[in-house]
Design a protein around this ligand. Structure first.
Ligand code: 5GP
Ligand code: ZN
Length: 121
């Protein structure tokens, strides 16, 4: 599995930097964001290093699907399921400088627990 030894999220994936591992498969890890922007703010990462979404190819489609599926499982675990009259969450993948990406390892933000504004900043 490709790892970048200078990468923060690779260190988190390997366990070199400890985090609360909320959900984990052989390919995907979910852990709380250190600076939460909502009552629930969880990051989901592939354990393999990809610099951003644009570093993925069509071959990574199954992995990207796993990330989305994992996000739904974690959302349900966090009580964010959509239900008649409410619920829900937001998924965000900041990509590149204009997208607001600050950590160069592909990650998906799961945000919830409050109503989200639109458009985003
Ligand atoms: P980005 O800005 O790249 O979309 O998101 C990076 C996220 O990583 C930010 O929301 C930031 O708060 C989070 N983050 C940065 N460093 C750490 C860390 O050491 N631990 C955790 N859990 N989150 C981090
Ligand atoms: Zn990495």
């Amino acid at each position: 599995m490709a790892t970048d030894f200078d990468c923060l999220f690779c260190k988190i994936a390997s366990g070199a930097i400890p985090v609360k591992r909320l959900y984990e498969t052989s390919d995907v890890l979910a852990f709380p964001d250190i600076h939460p922007q909502a009552p629930v703010h969880i990051l989901l990462i592939p354990k393999q290093h990809f610099g951003s979404l644009t570093h993925c190819t069509a071959g990574e489609s199954p992995l990207l699907g796993q990330l989305l599926s994992a996000a739904c499982v974690v959302a349900q675990q966090q009580g964010l399921s959509v239900h008649p009259g409410g619920g829900g969450f937001r998924l965000v993948i900041n990509t590149g400088p204009d997208g607001g990406q600050s950590v160069d390892h592909l990650h998906l933000h799961l945000l919830g627990g409050r109503e989200m504004g639109w458009p985003p900043g």
